[in-house]
Design a protein around this ligand. Structure first.
Ligand SMILES: O=C(O)C(=O)C[C@@H](O)[C@H](O)CO
Ligand SMILES: [Mg+2]
Length: 382
C-alpha cells in the first residue's frame, strides 16, 4: 500500500483537517494545527509530501523519524504540529487496514472510561457560576477556567485579590462537589506566580496550569516548593526532548502535551510513558476538534497515568463551529456523568462528514488570538 495524496482543509472555528489517501482506497484523517497559525502548519504539511508520497503508510515509526530527523532542523510548534496531524492520519489508516481501534494497536485498554472536563468562560463570577450550574446538569463535575487577565511582572495586590475572589466565590457556591483547574496561560511571571499560588491555596484547585510560560520551565520546580497545588503545563512543549527537561527538573504534577502539537500519537504515547516513570499525571491539552480529541482518547485509554481529558464542547473559542459539526458518528462522543467511553470503530473512530468539510473549508476564517497590552502600552501575555 502506498500514500498517494495529502489534502488539507482549514475549518471554522480555528481547525485544520488532513486527509491522507492511499492507492488501496483507504484514507486516514488527522488534525494538524496550531491555533492562529493554520496556514503555516498547512505549508509545513505539504512540505513533507516529498517524504511521504509513494511510501508505505504502515511504517509510522520510520516515517515519523524521517519527518523529525530527515530535514536537519526540527522541533517547534509548526513542524511538530504538522508531524502530529500526519501521524494521526497514519494511525487512522493502520487501524482501518487492520480492522482495529488505535487503542487496541497500542496494547489495549487500561480503563473502561475516561474522565473529561469542560471549560467555563465568562468574565464575571456570576457568569461562571451560572455556566457551571448548567454544565453540571449535563453530568460534568470537573472544570477549567482562566485564572486572571493581564498581569505585570510585579503587579498590585488588588489584581491578585480580584482573581482570587472569583475562585473563592466558585468554591463557596459549590463546595467540594466540583473540582476545577485554573489556567493562567503564562500570564503571570514568576514573581507574581508565587504570590498568586499562595493566595489560591485555601481554595484547593485541582491544578494550576501554566502559572508561567514554558520558556521559564526552570521555574516550575521552585514554584512547586512553595505550594501544595499541583502544577500543570505542556501545551506549549512539542516533543519528548522538551518534556525530558521538565521531568528531570521536577515541579510539574501534570503534563499536558497536545496530540495535535507534540508529534501526534506516536510521540505523546512516549511522553505519557516518560511521565509515568516520574509519577507525573498525563492530561492531554485539547481545545481543538474531534480528530485531535479522538487521538487523545486513544492514548489516554492505554496510559495508566492519564487522569483527565480536555475537550472543547461549548468552549469559548468555538465561534462558527462546534466539536461534532463534522462528525457523522456523534453518538460515539457521548459524555455521560463526565466520562467518555473508548472509540471502538477501526482507526481513530471518527467518521468524518467529508462533504461538509469540503464545503466549510471554502469559507474558513483565519482565527487569531486577541493581542493584549498592559496599561502602559507594552504587550501583555494573552
Ligand atoms: O485549552 C487550554 O488549556 C488553553 O490554554 C487554550 C489555549 O491553548 C488556546 O487554544 C490558544 O489558542
Ligand atoms: Mg491552557
Amino acid at each position: 500500500m502506498r500514500i498517494t495524496k495529502l489534502t488539507t482543509y482549514r475549518l471554522a472555528p480555528r481547525w485544520m483537517f488532513l486527509k491522507i489517501d492511499t492507492d488501496a482506497g483507504i484514507s486516514g484523517w488527522g488534525e494538524p494545527v496550531i491555533e492562529g497559525k493554520a496556514r503555516s502548519v498547512e505549508a509545513a504539511v505539504h512540505e513533507f509530501e516529498p517524504y511521504l508520497l509513494g511510501q508505505d503508510p504502515s511504517r509510522i515509526n520510520d516515517l515519523w523519524q524521517v519527518m523529525y530527523r530527515g530535514g536537519f532542523y526540527r522541533g517547534g510548534a509548526i513542524l511538530m504540529s504538522a508531524i502530529a496531524g500526519i501521524d494521526q492520519a497514519l494511525w487512522d489508516i493502520k487501524g482501518k487496514v487492520l480492522g482495529a481501534p488505535v487503542h487496541q494497536l497500542l496494547g489495549g485498554l487500561v480503563r473502561d472510561k475516561m474522565k473529561v472536563y469542560s471549560w467555563v468562560g465568562g468574565d464575571r463570577p456570576a457568569d461562571v457560576i451560572r455556566d457551571i450550574k448548567r454544565l453540571r446538569e449535563g453530568g460534568f463535575d470537573t472544570f477549567k477556567m482562566n485564572g486572571s487577565e493581564e498581569m505585570g511582572l510585579i503587579d498590585s495586590a488588588r489584581k491578585v485579590d480580584e482573581a482570587v475572589a472569583r475562585i473563592a466565590e466558585i468554591r463557596e457556591a459549590f463546595g467540594h462537589d466540583i473540582e476545577f483547574g485554573i489556567d493562567f496561560h503564562g500570564r503571570i511571571g514568576a514573581p507574581m506566580a508565587k504570590v498568586m499560588l499562595k493566595a489560591l491555596e485555601p481554595y484547593r484547585p485541582l491544578f494550576v496550569e501554566e502559572p508561567v510560560l514554558a520558556e521559564q520551565d526552570e521555574t516550575y520546580a521552585r514554584l512547586a516548593e512553595h505550594t501544595a497545588i499541583p502544577l500543570a503545563a505542556g501545551e506549549r512543549m512539542y516533543s519528548r526532548f522538551e518534556f525530558k527537561r521538565v521531568f528531570q527538573a521536577g515541579g510539574l504534577s501534570i503534563v499536558q502535551p497536545d496530540l495535535s502539537h507534540a508529534g501526534g500519537i506516536t510521540e505523546c504515547h512516549k511522553i505519557a510513558a516518560m511521565a509515568e516513570a516520574y509519577d507525573v499525571a498525563f492530561a492531554p491539552h485539547c481545545p481543538l476538534g474531534p480528530i485531535a480529541l479522538a487521538a487523545c482518547l486513544h492514548v489516554d485509554f492505554v496510559s495508566h497515568n492519564a487522569v483527565l481529558q480536555e475537550q472543547s464542547m461549548g468552549i469559548h473559542y468555538n465561534q462558527g463551529g462546534e466539536l461534532l459539526d463534522y462528525v457523522l458518528n456523534k453518538e460515539d462522543f457521548h459524555i455521560e456523568n463526565g466520562y467518555m467511553k473508548p472509540l471502538t470503530k477501526p482507526g481513530l473512530g471518527v467518521v468524518v462528514d467529508e462533504e461538509k468539510v469540503i464545503a466549510a473549508s471554502k469559507l474558513a476564517p483565519d482565527w487569531r488570538n486577541p493581542l493584549w497590552r498592559h496599561a502602559d502600552g507594552s504587550v501583555a501575555e494573552w
